[in-house]
Ligand binder design. Structure first.
Ligand SMILES: Nc1ncnc2c1ncn2[C@@H]1O[C@H](COP(=O)(O)OP(=O)(O)OP(=O)(O)O)[C@@H](O)[C@H]1O
Ligand SMILES: [Mg+2]
Length: 454
């Protein structure tokens, strides 16, 4: 199944033997050595995909091994094994860059899962290397090579050459504006203007004048003629962002403009022929907006002829490493690499702010890192809320659980969420919080460390 090489480092002969047998049954090639110094010598000359190391060993223990490896620029993933009484050193190991730790006694399943996580993260980074070479990082200014993003590209290509109205749906920060621009760029109108209007940003009583324009004297304050956005976008594309924030009365006028493809400035009786394409976007569910009378039903049907729904980032976590690379280049221009462990963390986070949040987080991480690697500690938010639930905070319905997360991660996600909310309710009193959750203080303490909540 695999020709991956795993090195076992443990001073106890029996432990080494047991681990090697477990690993070989899982299909890995194994070697073992009895302490950190021997491991360093081994790793110097032999290609190794993963190190599983005990922490306490004479000569050079697991922490020392990690330190020396990282200092020497070797970033082979390391899983450390520790006994129950020594969780502190496991946490220490994570800080030094261990990928994960296992508490003794552990069973085959726990070992298997930990290893699979290591290799899954590594696999994605390697695939990226390949994709980069293929120049297949995305399309039309959009980054992402996952299936959901490919579907978006297909839809853009389908609709761009037509004059059809388009409705772009998706949570905040999923790239709706970017998609609108891509549609315009790929259309025959690309040499004309793309005129974006954020309906949430313009005061309701100024929006009509903004869209329709006015002739001098149309109302007090109209001291000169003014071209409206419809006119401005003539021949091109008008992008009505956050369409549900447009006053409902104005929505009827918009509908008329779209149907008749004509416009009159306020205070003028000259009718102008339009050739306008409309793209609208909202981060609400349009059916809900119609129900709540924020969106006229007839306008909705007119716009919704072609709908593109952007996936929340947590539904295409495999694009995260490409996106990170993109934002690193965009924000810093430096070469900073993401460690597999950090990627794993980012992939388990729920990203309520989606790609915008990722972009902001990279910007912050680049400030925090002094070297050229981005590791877990450079993503404080992602680290402390890693294993967030897959059901996103901002989505209005509960999507089916993301099975790719695996049961264990999903359970961890729920666990850390419950602990956080227990702590909130008890104002940080750990004794009360553990009573509330029906667990011992000791196990509370352990879990706080595990989820970085202490
Ligand atoms: N697929 C992507 N590839 C690269 N950058 C992206 C992608 N999607 C979004 N971004 C970036 O994320 C940020 C947010 O994107 P955008 O403004 O298009 O989101 P939005 O869906 O319109 O959000 P909102 O609903 O909050 O207005 C922008 O900086 C954009 O460049
Ligand atoms: Mg937007």
């Amino acid at each position: 199944m695999s020709n991956k090489h795993v090195l076992v480092v443990d001073d106890e002969t029996n432990m080494r033997r047991v681990l090697e047998i477990m690993l070989q049954r899982m299909g890995y090639c194994t070697d073992s050595v009895e302490n950190g110094v021997a491991a360093l010598e081994f790793l110097d000359t032999r290609d190794t995909d993963l190190v599983i190391s005990d922490l306490k060993m004479p000569v050079l223990g697991g922490l020392g091994l990690l330190e020396k490896l990282r200092a020497g620029g070797n970033d082979v993933p390391v899983i450390v094994i520790t006994a129950h009484g020594t969780v502190e050193s496991a946490v220490e190991a994570m800080k030094l860059g261990a990928f994960d730790y296992l508490l003794r006694p552990f069973d085959v399943d726990a070992l298997n899962l930990a290893i699979r996580r290591v290799f899954a993260a590594g696999e994605v980074l390697r695939q990226n290397q390949f994709l980069r070479e293929e120049l297949d990082r995305g399309w039309g200014g959009l980054i992402g090579s996952s299936e959901p993003m490919r579907q978006v590209y297909e839809q853009i290509k389908q609709v761009a050459p037509t004059r059809t109205g388009v409705m772009i749906l998706g949570e905040t920060g999923t790239g709706k504006e970017l998609v609108a621009r891509a549609i315009h760029r790929e259309s025959e109108r690309s040499d004309r203007l793309f005129v974006p209007i954020n309906c949430a940003a313009i005061p309701a009583d100024m929006m009509e004048a903004e869209l329709f324009g006015f002739d001098k004297g149309a109302f007090t304050g109209a001291v000169r003629d003014r071209v409206g956005k419809f006119e401005l976008a003539n021949g091109g594309t008008i992008f009505l962002d956050e369409i549900t924030e447009m006053p409902i009365a104005l929505q009827s006028k918009l509908l008329r403009v779209l149907q008749e493809q004509t416009v009159e400035r306020l205070g003028s009786n000259r009718t102008l022929e339009l050739d306008l394409r409309v793209i609208a976007a909202t981060n609400r569910r349009p059916q809900d907006a119609v129900r709540d009378q924020r969106l006229r039903e007839d306008l909705y049907y007119r716009l919704n002829v072609f709908a593109i729904e952007l996936p929340p980032l947590r539904e295409h976590p495999h694009d995260i490493s490409l996106l990170v690379e993109h934002f690193v280049a965009e924000h810093g221009g430096r070469r900073a690499r993401l460690t597999p462990r950090a990627l794993d963390h980012l992939q388990r986070y729920a990203w309520p702010g989606n790609i915008r949040e990722l972009s902001n987080m990279i910007e912050r991480a680049l400030v925090l890192t002094r070297g050229d690697t981005l590791d877990v500690e450079h993503f404080p938010l992602a680290a402390s809320t890693a294993a967030h639930p897959v059901t996103g905070a901002s989505s209005t319905s509960t999507p089916p659980p993301d099975l790719s997360l695996g049961l264990e991660h999903a359970v961890e996600a729920l666990e850390s969420r419950m602990i956080r909310s227990a702590l909130e309710q008890t104002e940080g009193n750990k004794t009360k919080a553990s009573a509330l959750l029906g667990i011992s203080e000791r196990s509370m303490w352990y879990k706080l460390k595990k989820y970085g909540l202490n």
